[in-house]
Structure formats: C-alpha cells, structure tokens
Design a protein around this ligand. Structure first.
Ligand SMILES: Cc1cc2nc3c(=O)[nH]c(=O)nc-3n(C[C@H](O)[C@H](O)[C@H](O)COP(=O)(O)O)c2cc1C
Ligand SMILES: CC(C)CC(=O)C(=O)O
Length: 351
C-alpha cells in the first residue's frame, strides 16, 4: 500500500481487490460516461501560473467551513455503503478522516450506524439526505443524525430518480451479501437501481429546503447544483451553501464537468455561503485549481472507497495523505501561502 504514490495507484490496487460488479458500481457513470470522463479531463485543460520568490514559505492548508475548522480544504463526499469496500465501512473512513481533521459526509445509504461513525471522529460529520416519497422515513434519518451529533445536512438535489448506469444494468448488480443501509428501517434494498427508481421522491421542489429546516436546527446545503440560476434559488430558499456536483457522472450523462460551471455558481452565490465542488478531483493540483476558481473546498468520492478496499482506515488515510501532500506541494511551488490566497490569477486555460 505504501508504494501507492498517487490516487490512480490506489485505484489500480483496489480494482484487484473488488469483485468486477462492485468495481463497476463504484467506477461507473450514467449512459456513455461522457460526463464521468469530462470531470477529469477538464482539470488537464487548465494550467497553473506559479508566482516565485513570494516569501510564502510552507503553506497553511487549514480553512473554516460553516464555522468549523478543517485541516485542509478537502472532505469525503457522500458515498453509499462503504461496507461494500471494507467490513468496517464508514467507521474506518471516519477514523481516518477524523485523525486528519477532515470532514465526512455520510450517505443516507451508509452501511454503518450513525452513532458508531460519530463515536470515532471529532471532525465534522454531515448527513447527505435522499428525500424519500415517505417523508417520515426522511425525517427519522435526519433526527437520528442530529441526535448523533452531525453538524449539517446535504440535500442531494440531482436524483429525482437514479441515473441510467449501464454497467449495473448489464451486470444485474445487486448489493453483496451483508451490505445494507444501517440507518433505515429493514426492507429490500438489494437492487440500488430498483430502490432508487421507486422510493426517492421525484416531485421535490425548492420548498423541501424549508421543510428540512422546519424539522432540524442544522444548516442545509444543496448538492447537485450545476447552474447559476439554481445556485441563486438555493440561497433564496434558505440553503446555507451549495455543492457543485454532477454526482460523479452517475446521474445525467451529458451535463458539464463540474469545474466548468464552478465560476457561474460562485458568482451567483456571491459569498452568501460556502461553495464546494466534487467530481474528478484526483490530484493536489486539481484541488488548487478548484480553489483558484472559487471553491471553498472540494469533496473526494471514489478514491475513498479505493482506499478502504486496499486497507480499511489505513488505506483511506493513505489516500487523504497523498492528496494533502500533493496540495502542500502545489501551494508551495505556486507561492500560495494559504487557501484564501488561491484566486483566478493562479490559473490559465490551455493555450
Ligand atoms: C459508489 C458511489 C456511491 C455514491 N453514493 C452517493 C450517495 O449515497 N449520495 C450522494 O449524494 N452521492 C453519492 N455519490 C456521489 C458522490 O457523492 C460524488 O458526487 C461523486 O462520487 C464525486 O465524484 P468522484 O467520485 O469523481 O470524486 C456516490 C458515488 C459513488 C461512486
Ligand atoms: C445506493 C444509491 C442510491 C447510491 C448511489 O449509488 C449514488 O447515489 O450514486
């Protein structure tokens, strides 16, 4: 594991550990996977403009998001069923993130009980909310997370139903034995495709933010915003922040890569709350580019499951350490002393 020097190295090792259908479930996107590929390609089209002799020295990576300290502008994106990648699941992830002062967004479909996750980390925990047709189910999940000490909600807005993930259709994907949501009432969750089609509420509108705020004191962020128009509506509806995300290319194939739409969302939010980005972040320079284009922080998705697969908490730790080391390197070598010093002058489109 220690010879893995990049997140792609970790992915290569993880692939050999996971069954082909589980690998496909994790790696795959919707349709032809154009958006999935673009999330990464877009980072290759941007170059950094380093400043020299700035006297910036060793950079400070720490930042504050929603009045909490993060050791670096990097969090773990909500991912269903960490138990698919390692039996200790979200508890292992939380331990690794917590030891490094990094936050974790826990999925509604977590494979580990919220209380067990909260017991092993002092770093911020946010709950990702899938809103079900049955609001009582959603309410119970939210209340349980709040009781367990979670600090914010992340409403996933891009999933009125699950996208067309052709790898899973071809594999007839069902969850491996023993993998199930640990914070929902017992039920038949074996096929994420069927469950995601039948149980999620396809009729949600912006009033859901007000409803969530009426059942909890926690701030609500909206995940899955890809336009300035929706970013504005999110803030007007009472959202505390937005997450620019196309769900890692797993929902609608053909929507733009997240980095492309980040500037219009940042402009629309206009400082009224944090703007986070996920999708295709695999290198420290990717993090720095996202910061330069206005993100307050990024969330990391698939690589976390890869880390779990290769070594549980130690594997996730390796993934987070690589990214933090690479970001430190990129900030040092561009003369960027702190997270807030990363601005648009730091980047230039490919020419
Ligand atoms: C296996 C898997 C499960 C996911 N589960 C959820 C989920 O439960 N809720 C959610 O909002 N997003 C979910 N996502 C999307 C991620 O939160 C995130 O948007 C995406 O993975 C980021 O892209 P990246 O994997 O390229 O870093 C999932 C993604 C993957 C790969
Ligand atoms: C179990 C699913 C609803 C979660 C997932 O795969 C996703 O949100 O991408």
């Amino acid at each position: 594991m220690n010879h893995a020097l990049t997140l792609d190295d970790v992915a290569g090792l993880a692939r050999a550990r996971l069954s082909p259908p589980v690998w496909d479930f994790v790696a795959g996107g919707a349709g032809d996977e154009r958006t999935l590929a673009a999330n990464r390609d877009v980072f290759d089209r941007v170059w950094l403009r380093p400043r020299v002799l700035t006297g910036a020295g060793r950079p400070g990576l720490g930042t504050r998001v929603l009045e909490a300290d993060w050791a670096a502008p990097i969090g773990v994106a909500p991912l269903a069923y960490h138990t698919m990648a390692h039996p200790e699941g979200e508890a292992a992830t939380a331990r690794a993130a917590g030891e490094r002062g990094l936050p974790l967004v826990v999925s509604t479909f977590a494979g580990t009980a919220f209380e067990q996750i909260a017991a092993v980390t002092a770093a911020p925990l946010w709950l990702q909310v899938y809103c079900f047709r049955d609001r009582a189910t959603t309410r119970a999940v939210v209340e349980r997370a709040e009781r367990a000490g979670f600090a914010a909600l992340v409403l996933t807005a891009d999933t009125p139903h699950l996208g067309r993930r052709l790898r899973d259709v071809r594999n007839g994907f069902v969850l491996p034995p023993g993998v199930a949501p640990a914070n929902l009432a017992p039920g038949d969750y074996a096929s994420p495709a069927a469950h995601g089609r039948d149980e999620l509420d396809p009729d949600l509108d912006w009033s859901v933010i007000g409803w969530l705020r009426s059942i909890t004191a926690l701030p609500v962020l909206v995940k899955g915003v890809l336009t300035g128009e929706d970013a504005r509506l999110a803030v007007q509806a009472g959202a505390a922040g937005v997450i620019v995300s196309n769900h890692g290319g797993r929902q609608l194939d053909g929507v733009p890569p997240t980095l492309r739409v980040l500037p219009e969302v940042v402009q629309a939010v206009a400082g009224r709350g944090p703007v986070l980005l996920d999708g295709g972040v695999r290198r420290g320079t990717d993090v720095l580019v996202a910061l330069a284009l206005g993100a307050d922080a990024v969330l990391l998705g698939r690589p976390v499951l890869h880390g779990l697969a290769i070594g549980g908490a130690a594997g996730v730790g390796r993934v987070l350490d690589i990214l933090v080391e690479e970001l430190t390197d990129a900030m040092t070598l561009t003369g960027t002393g702190s997270v807030k010093d990363a601005g648009p002058a730091l980047v230039r489109e490919q020419w």
